[in-house]
Design a protein around this ligand. Sequence first.
Ligand code: AR6
Length: 317
Amino acid sequence: MGKEILTKEFERALFNWYLGGDNASLDPVFNALREGLANDMEVLVPFAVPDGQELKPVEEDVYILEPGTQVNFMHIDEGDSFVVPVFTSVAEMRKGETIAVTSIQLAVLLDIFQDRDECNGFVINPWGKNFLLSKRIQGMLEEHIPQSRIQVLQNGVLNAHVDAIVNAANSSLLGGGGVDGAIHRAAGKALLEECKKLNGCETGDAKITGAYEIRNADHIIHTVGPVYSGKDEDARLLASCYIKSLDLALANGCKSIAFPGISTGVYGYPLDEAAVVSLEAIAAWLSSHPDVVINIYLCCFKKDEYEAYMRALSEEE
Ligand code: AR6
């Protein structure tokens, strides 16, 4: 697995955690961090170039240091203690002032500061909203058992940062209104060109494409929900949309996926019924894939969608 993928996943989970506000769980972030730590995820850390040393950047301001090179990592003082700033990507680093950074494995960095009592932890992407990987959180992380997580977000699906965004399409796959129209507008014409080659999609099935101009995702999974008819068939087809989408996400190596409320707009599926069907379908898929760790975001464009999920979840308990 490429190292950039690991930090991208971490960056995406953090972004969605901010998006989720006060009620958001840290589990998706922990899933990404555990995966990263287990696979040598690298981060960027600001440092001072030691006097008399000539270091060559691999790109502007970014250095790869030889093992054993003595450097001073930047500290942000907090009274008698300090935190160490860390970036997940060059793009994150460039949001602020110019600064020399070195790439280092996060696990190695944690180790270096492990026994320094004056170090309160690591502040991730300190220029904007930021996340303190404190000593306490590092302890929680060690205890964390990676597992798939369903997170309900009060936000449109296009705002989530994920490997795959799910589109509530129609069987032509050639665009339409609602979220389908919004996704095609955001992705640009190339998405339509790819969709034209797919020969449509049956109700209850799903197909995958690139995300093109939608930079906060890598894939779009197009699924076609049922037009609500009040028959038993509706629930089977709606559940199938979620299951087929998750199958495709897994087959394409996605670690995160964001769903809109399939069929709950133009196709008229009542929100409370749809919430129960979708949660049950996802739960069934997860129990038949116990070893898969995927962060699943259920995105609520409208407030009443969020309320329907909350009711369904509270009845489940
Ligand atoms: N951004 C994010 N989410 C949205 C947006 C948006 N701009 N607009 C709607 N949603 P719908 P369906 C949410 O109607 O019921 C299209 O014309 C909405 O709140 O988009 O499956 C297709 O081409 C709801 O949660 O899809 C089909 O013909 C979810 O997206 C037909 O509509 C689905 O609502 C599919 O109908």
